[in-house]
Design a protein. Structure first.
Length: 273
């Protein structure tokens, strides 16, 4: 079993205000992904939320990044739009067959994000989770879900996600609820409170705290300073190293111009530990 990794990154790689703050002013746009992939361990692709990408794009993106780097892929918005989620089965399948498996080992989790108006309905989400395959075109898939309505703050949601090995996104947000429970063999964090007035997006104190929490998730535990909705599952009789987790940490939303600085600062803190 490979050693668990904490991958820290940003959302996307093209953003004009990053010119002169992260990218050199004279860097050709076609080299932005190459430079971003050298700076970070992962990138969350958000363009896939709005439209499907061409197989050639996936192939080119895979070639542009080094081994060990991974892309998280945000699922097509129409795949989660049906009131009865099971009725979106054909749209989910269409997205799953859109070519992102061309990334191969460079494919990280698939992120399924729901609107803030979507409420937790146990049977509806049980049906949805049953539509998420463990592999596609011979490539293993991992799934994460970002639920943004207060009704998801329940142990029943945690139990359902654990049953299907789907990670609940931990969102550090001023708008949406924070769910810190671990429900899969990896953890997915979206840190959304970067501030433009702070050069590193988050203060040093906050970044240190999030770094420690990411390390706790990697170790197989849950941060004691964050609230839990359900009891942790009973430990299984297996080697300790097998209970550890990959962790994905993205600085996204908030003051986007500060996201690269926040991610780089956190990566520096991780190396110091």
């Amino acid at each position: 079993m490979s050693k668990p990794v904490i991958r820290i990154g940003i959302g996307g790689w093209t953003y004009e205000p990053w010119r002169g703050t992260f990218y050199p002013d004279d860097l050709p746009q076609k080299r932005e992904l190459e430079l971003a992939a050298l700076a970070f361990g992962a990138i969350e692709i958000n363009a896939t939320f709005y439209s499907r990408q061409s197989p050639k794009s996936w192939e080119n993106w895979a070639k542009a990044v080094p081994d060990g780097f991974q892309f998280s892929v945000k699922a097509w918005q129409f795949a989660t739009a049906k009131k009865n989620l099971a009725e979106g089965a054909s749209l989910i399948e269409k997205f799953l067959n859109s070519g992102f498996t061309e990334l191969g080992a460079k494919l990280g989790p698939v992120l399924w994000q729901f609107t803030p108006a979507r409420k937790f309905e146990p049977q509806n989400f049980a049906s949805f989770f049953s539509l998420l395959p463990k592999e596609q075109s011979g490539v293993a898939l991992r799934h994460a879900i970002e639920a943004r309505h207060e009704s998801f703050l329940t142990a029943d949601f945690v139990a359902l996600a654990r049953q299907h090995n789907v990670a609940i996104v931990l969102a550090d947000s001023a708008k949406y609820p924070l769910i810190a429970d671990t429900t899969a063999d990896f953890a997915y964090m979206r840190l959304q409170r970067t501030e433009e007035r702070v050069a590193t997006g988050y203060t040093s104190r906050a970044l240190k705290q999030w770094t420690e929490r990411a390390q706790t998730y990697e170790s197989g535990s849950t941060p004691a300073d964050l609230p839990s909705l359900a009891k942790a599952p009973a430990a299984k009789a297996k080697a300790k190293k097998e209970s550890k987790r990959d962790v994905f940490v993205y600085f996204i939303s908030g003051a986007k111009v500060r996201a690269p600085a926040a991610a780089q600062t956190m990566m520096g803190m991780l190396k110091e530990k």
